[in-house]
Design a protein around this ligand. Structure first.
Ligand code: ADP
Ligand code: MG
Length: 157
């Protein structure tokens, strides 16, 4: 587990791009944190460094967007979902249990019991005075699969 502090959207974007250069296909990234914490910005810059040229927007209404970069990138937003049945309806389990490419899940903590066995958790939190641009970004992994990725990322952060 390690924590990076960023002081602007640009610094978070750079961190995401570093993560994008080290991430492996098959990785599931679970992004947590309040509205406006920086989850979508982070997803956008991972996708950018993975060769996605179209604009990455929040899939809050579409629930899932698929981008083609150097590999497929599946971007979920579970904010509006309320039940496991709805997850099943959108094919969540098929996509995340044996992922092709990279899976990014915003609001993953709403469905902790439904996540795959191994994944990377990235939590975004603000300072107590909610109005400034500082974010504390905590990386941790569940399972061993992504440990090397996180070790490499920690070195270059
Ligand atoms: P979320 O997807 O978590 O709801 P977004 O990524 O859509 O959040 O929005 C984050 C907002 O916070 C953006 O408007 C961004 O410019 C702003 N922001 C300010 N400082 C930071 C920072 N250090 N890191 C990330 N975003 C920041
Ligand atoms: Mg978002």
């Amino acid at each position: 587990m390690f924590i990076c502090t960023t002081k602007s959207p640009e610094e978070t974007a750079l961190l995401a791009e570093k993560a994008g250069t080290r991430i492996r296909e098959g990785t599931v990234l679970c992004l947590t944190g309040d509205l406006g914490a920086g989850k979508t910005l982070f997803a956008r810059h991972i996708a950018k460094v993975l060769g996605v040229e179209t604009e990455v927007t929040s899939p809050t209404f579409s629930l899932m967007n698929v981008y083609e970069g150097f590999c497929p990138i599946l971007h979920f937003d579970l904010y509006r979902l309320n039940s496991e049945e709805e997850l099943d309806d959108i094919g969540f389990y098929e996509y995340v249990d044996e992922p092709e490419g990279i899976v990014i899940i915003e609001w993953a903590d709403k469905f902790l019991d439904d996540l795959p066995e191994e994944y990377v958790m990235v939590n975004f939190s603000r300072n107590e005075n909610n109005d400034d641009n500082e974010r504390h970004i905590t990386f941790s992994c569940v399972g061993e699969k992504d440990a090397d990725f996180l070790k490499e990322l920690e070195k270059i952060c």
